[in-house]
Design a protein around this ligand. Structure first.
Ligand SMILES: [Zn+2]
Length: 342
């Protein structure tokens, strides 16, 4: 079984295959990229290649032997995935100590042991320091794959002992196609792929929040906004953010996600104003005619300033501002600006 065909990750696959063929696989990899880009699938494939006892080529696994099947189903005694324990926010030192104990034992079936640490960026300082000892003196027949969404929270000492493999976000058109294949309306898929910057994991999360349907309601309301109904708009938006929060994200984070939709709308307006009917691609396909009409004859700066107001509000919400006051201030500001612009 060759490297899995994970959408958009040819560079990562090429790097791993070259290392396997050279016979000089580093003891620790750090797979970095946003969720849904195939980091764990690639880690499992690497474990299969390392543990498969019927492989013919050094960079392939058979995909069918007991070892391959056991890794795929998470039951192989020489393969273990660890991450943040249920009910915890961070990856504690106890989890890393368990991993170290297992790593110090001889392989049960295969010739090596493989460990995957998901959400490695959530390791506590103590856990990271503890793990560092293992990376400094890796037990003979062990390989580690750390999976993280960013490099910033990984201590430099840990980072310097891992080979980093980047998993890229998808080109928006590719993600859009995938969302359409999952049954999403093409206009919604177009918007969501761009709203999530090509990150499949973010697209899934925002999709579960119902953000595409929300955006369809939001755009006409922003377009028709007037000073008389700005408080009603605050109420509505705050209510929708609270509904969105029911699907997982914290309430403030949900409000920020909802406001990011408004940010994208003003970005589209600025782009339409700046390109004056040229074929610049807008994120909002639904309502595109209305956006182009509103933008015609207006300087793009006006919409850039609208976007800045939204951005300030998003930052304020993140910094614990009173959410209702922040929303009222935002919509009053936007409506007033619209009033003087028209
Ligand atoms: Zn196999």
């Amino acid at each position: 079984m060759s490297v899995p065909d994970i959408l958009g990750q040819h560079d990562a696959a090429r790097l791993l295959r070259a290392a396997l063929r050279s016979g000089r696989l580093p003891h620790a990899y750090l797979f970095v990229g946003s969720s849904g880009t195939g980091r764990l699938a690639m880690g499992r494939w690497l474990a299969q290649v390392l543990l498969c006892q019927r492989k013919v080529e050094p960079d392939e696994c058979c995909g069918e032997c007991d070892d391959c099947v056991a890794v795929a189903s998470g039951r192989h005694p020489d393969y273990r995935e660890v991450g943040v324990p249920a009910g915890k926010q961070l990856l504690p030192i106890e989890t890393i100590r368990d991993l170290q104990r297992a790593a110090s034992l001889k392989p049960v079936l295969g010739v090596c042991r493989v460990f995957t640490v998901t959400e490695a960026e959530l390791m506590t300082i103590e856990a990271a320091n503890c793990f560092l000892k293992t990376l400094e003196e890796p037990p003979g027949a062990c390989f580690f794959v750390l999976i993280a969404s960013g490099l910033r929270q990984i201590p430099a000492t840990v980072l310097s002992r891992c080979q980093v493999v980047r998993f890229r976000n998808l080109p928006p058109d590719d993600l859009q196609r995938r969302l359409e294949e999952q049954g999403m309306d093409p206009e919604d898929a177009h918007w969501l792929a761009r709203r999530s910057w090509g990150s499949p994991g973010l697209a899934q999360r925002l999709g579960e929040m119902g953000l595409a349907a929300f955006n369809r309601e939001l755009v006409p309301q922003l377009r028709a906004m007037s000073l008389e109904d700005n408080f009603r708009l605050s109420d509505w938006l705050d209510g929708r953010a609270k509904e969105g929060a029911a699907s997982g994200p914290k309430s403030r984070a949900a409000l920020q996600e909802v406001l990011e939709c408004a940010l994208l709308y003003y970005r589209d307006l600025a782009l339409a104003a700046a390109t004056r009917g040229a074929a610049a691609e807008l994120c909002n396909r639904a309502g595109e005619d209305g956006i182009r009409e509103l933008a015609s004859g207006v300087e793009p700066d006006a919409f850039v300033e609208d976007a800045e107001l939204v951005l300030e509000t998003i930052e304020g919400i993140g910094a614990n501002a009173n959410r209702r006051l922040a929303l009222d201030r935002l919509f009053t500001g936007l409506a007033r600006r619209r009033g003087t612009a028209n």
